[in-house]
Design a protein around this ligand. Structure first.
Ligand SMILES: [Zn+2]
Length: 273
């Protein structure tokens, strides 16, 4: 049986990666995040670090190979122009995701999961469909969508640099978190929040998906006026909550990988074109 040196694609030599796809597992996971301000208490790399930390655990448990995380992400309109945040244009991000999947497929990988720890469905959905037309099987998941049934862990839904994200940070990279600087914050909604589905909330009839409109006042104005760039309450974050969220997310994705591997054995590519 082919053994990999590491679950990370880039930490193996090419022959091992090729052999693994041919004989063991041809599922590859691409963790994606962002370089984005996460308040005064969390690092700019939070979303990418969350994606990488979760993906690494998924790789170890499921057998899927983990592609290197591109770190930069795409951003909704209200994130632009904020110091510290480095957004990619949607077109750049979509093409980058497509090129990564195209490139990895050359080594024999037939099933892909894009695992995002940052709100960037605006580009992942387009990338998935572009790749599907070309014959690639690609699923895209945003980790906060796994939080819908975690009301026993979290007091609030998933926002930004908040209870959920900070808890995961405290579990995965506590050395980069300064809880003495954590304080609640609030983004300013342009319409009543009842009209949209909060990230991690179950949908009610007639609600818009949270990316389906210009719902928020741009973050740069709030920060220029002295806001802390947080939406939600990171003071409620704990390492224990983070461990539960990470473990549930890992188990959820591992279940999906197991199902894909059982239904489409190594070498079999689900037909998309
Ligand atoms: Zn984040």
């Amino acid at each position: 049986m082919t053994e990999l040196k590491s679950v990370w694609w880039h930490e193996n030599p090419a022959p091992a990666i090729i052999d693994y796809a041919k004989n063991v597992c041809d599922v590859a996971i691409l963790p994606i995040g962002a370089i984005e301000q996460h308040g005064p208490h969390c690092p700019l790399s939070s979303d990418s670090a969350n994606a990488m930390g979760i993906a690494e655990l998924i790789g170890k448990k499921s057998g899927a190979v983990i592609l290197p995380c591109p770190m930069y992400g795409s951003h909704p309109y209200h994130h632009w122009g904020v110091p510290g945040t480095i957004p990619l244009r949607f077109e750049t991000h979509i093409e980058m995701l497509c090129d990564i999947v195209r490139g990895a497929s050359v080594a024999g990988y037939n099933k892909f999961i894009i695992l995002s720890a940052h709100g960037q469905v605006s580009s992942t959905i387009v990338a998935v469909h572009k790749l599907g037309i070309e014959g690639h099987f690609v699923l895209s998941m945003h980790w906060y969508d796994f939080l819908r049934d975690n009301k026993d862990v979290l007091e609030d839904y998933m926002w930004h640099a908040d209870e959920a994200e900070t808890s995961v940070a405290l579990y995965l990279y506590p050395e980069l978190v300064d809880m003495s600087l954590a304080a609640p914050g609030e983004g300013e909604p342009l319409i009543d929040p009842k009209w949209k589905i909060a990230p991690g909330a179950a949908a009610k009839p007639g609600q818009m998906y949270h990316f389906e409109g210009t719902f928020a006042r741009p973050e740069k104005h709030e920060i220029a006026e002295g806001g802390n760039g947080v939406v939600g309450d990171p003071t409620k974050a704990t390492r224990e909550k983070g461990e539960k969220l990470v473990t549930r997310t890992v188990d959820h994705v591992c279940e999906l990988v197991a199902e894909i591997r059982a239904k489409y054995p190594v070498g079999v590519k689900p037909q998309t074109n």
